[in-house]
Design a protein around this ligand. Sequence first.
Ligand code: ATP
Ligand code: TZE
Ligand code: MG
Length: 263
Amino acid sequence: MTPELIAQALKSLRQQKPLVVNITNYVVMNNTANALLAVGASPIMAHSREEMADMMSFAGALVINIGTLDKVWVERMAFAIEQANANQTPIVLDPVGCGATTFRTETSRRFAALAKRLIIRGNASEIIALAGEKSQGKGVDAQDSSQAALSAAKALVDEYQANVVVSGEVDYIVTKDSVFSLSNGHSMMPQVTGTGCSLSALTGAFAAIGETTGLVAAAVMGVAGEIAGQEAKGPGSLQTALLDALFALDDDTLLARLKLAQL
Ligand SMILES: Nc1ncnc2c1ncn2[C@@H]1O[C@H](COP(=O)(O)OP(=O)(O)OP(=O)(O)O)[C@@H](O)[C@H]1O
Ligand SMILES: Cc1ncsc1CCO
Ligand SMILES: [Mg+2]
């Protein structure tokens, strides 16, 4: 993946406006829908089993985010994943809080095993826990560095035939054939809830147009977050500045700011 291909993918996304179906947590439904709209995709938040077969017949991607899980939602999510599988629709799993409780860890593993065209996007503690290693995570925020999650990410690629994005100060994008690092973003981003969830949603949007590594979404979110962080006075204005930066992001800015490396 080159910077030019990343810019091209952003252009294609805005032309195609893919529909991204999100079964996500109550905290971030609004943030993530707005992030998808700002970048140029079309979000729908849906969770009813009754409509999920219809929804997956035309969705570009399914994003499953376990942030506010309960047993009713688990079965709905599993059904949605089965429907996505039946349509060869790409699925993004955000294993929010994986490792914090057994319920979250076991549910994340069940979904990862069930999903066919899978991209896993989590913070370092979640990725470490999902792979069965010892993480420092307690709640939904990362307590480990993304670099410490690199071996876990590689293990998940093999175990689930998935692509994996570990977010943090440095994001790592791990596939069967490659590892990329992205050093954009801003230190204030973890102080706004749902920036990672928005990254997962954008990962779904790019997967819907065929970019299933997660790299372009991480690049777009990283550069937009960096711009927003430089303009914002604090976490409150960062939220709005992030939406504005996603909306305004152009090729020149993206290419000039991108800090991408192949490991
Ligand atoms: N210290 C940091 N410096 C720069 N960017 C960061 C930093 N920490 C996180 N980011 C960026 O913030 C975004 C969210 O990543 P993070 O790892 O915080 O997700 P998360 O913990 O899943 O968030 P949430 O669960 O609140 O949605 C990513 O784009 C990431 O690159
Ligand atoms: C704070 C929080 N709690 C459950 S989900 C969520 C949003 C960030 O993942
Ligand atoms: Mg998260």
